[in-house]
Design a protein around this ligand. Sequence first.
Ligand SMILES: Cc1ncc(COP(=O)(O)O)c(C=O)c1O
Length: 406
Amino acid sequence: MSPVDLNVKRPIPPSLVQVLPAEPLLLMGAGPVPVPAEVARAGSMVINHLGDTMNLVVDGVKEMARYVFQTQDDKIYGVSGPASAAMEMAVGNLLWPGRKILVLKMGTFSNRFAEMAAGVGAQIEVLEAPEGEPVRAEQVEKKLAAERFDVVSVVQGETSCGVWTRELPRIACLARQAGALMVADAVCTLSTMPLKKDEWGIDVVFTGSQKGLSSLPGVALIAFSDAAWELLQQHPGPKPHWCLDAQRAQNFWGEHTYHYTAPVTGLLALYEALRLICEEKLEQRFARHRHSSLALQAGIEGMGLKLSIAAEYRLNSVLAIDIPPGTDGVRARRYMAERFKVQISESFGRDIVRIGQMGEQCRAPNLFRTLHALGVAFSHEGIKLELSRGMAELEAHLIQHAAGIL
Ligand SMILES: Cc1ncc(COP(=O)(O)O)c(C=O)c1O
């Protein structure tokens, strides 16, 4: 290979001032979501990754995470990376050749457990739900009665299609009775709806920073029960991931010593995001999310668009909306972004668009702006929608149920 000639003139990419839009888009997709000003400020600081100040931050994050996960667990870690890194930490520490996982599959993210478990050589069984529905506790019960599993994995909210595992508490109970560890993905649901880790008997739960918590992307959170911790210590080694080795993470998160250089800015931002949740209080936050989502759902249906998932399985934190026949979802989303500076998400191979209802997305002005942009964009595609009726339904729900909380 010839050496790189430093004297050759190369184009320098433009500065970010030129690259970024003059007015930021309102992020109303499936994540990342807008962050509060306190979080943005905290995320602009760099401090040393070890030392007294960082120790206070680490202890504070753990303490506040205990509240948000509703757990007494001691083994709580911030993981440098996306939520998938926390999923990988769960899989890589609890599974190895000879161990077996039951994966409850409802879409792309629940299936990711199976992809990761294959990577560490575990045995995998996938229990798949019919399209647009969650896996039922009944199915899980049958499977667990017939076979022994070390781990059962579930996603509380399947972001890819907008399905809610409503029976999570019962599924966790079944896993415990069958002697399996319950691992739950709460990536798009944590702090948007109840998740009672200890009361429901969930062994491992994780989330990302960029969704319900409304923090900067790049730091995930995970909590291990004592039973999960005991089991992961039996790993025959070597562990597949050095950075994601939970026992090594304990150096930093338990002993305040070096594991790797912590994602300092992301942790500061997460600290602030968690602190704001503690201030708001979970019950209040759940009510804000629920009514924001229900108001938006009323507005979407009121203008004549169709929500993809039946009400009983519908996830409030990410709404899937059918793309009306004869319209182009990609073009409609682009129109929303260009004309109204509102960004919503595409699908994972389905005929849907998705709107997020997580963290700062659940504020009244964001709802009005998004619903209006959605209605205009699909009307522009040539279908007849009752835009004003939809906006009125949204407003009516907010007035009736959510005055003062959004
Ligand atoms: C339910 C769920 N699990 C896992 C992930 C993966 O998160 P990340 O993209 O941060 O790795 C996502 C991302 O959208 C998700 O919604």
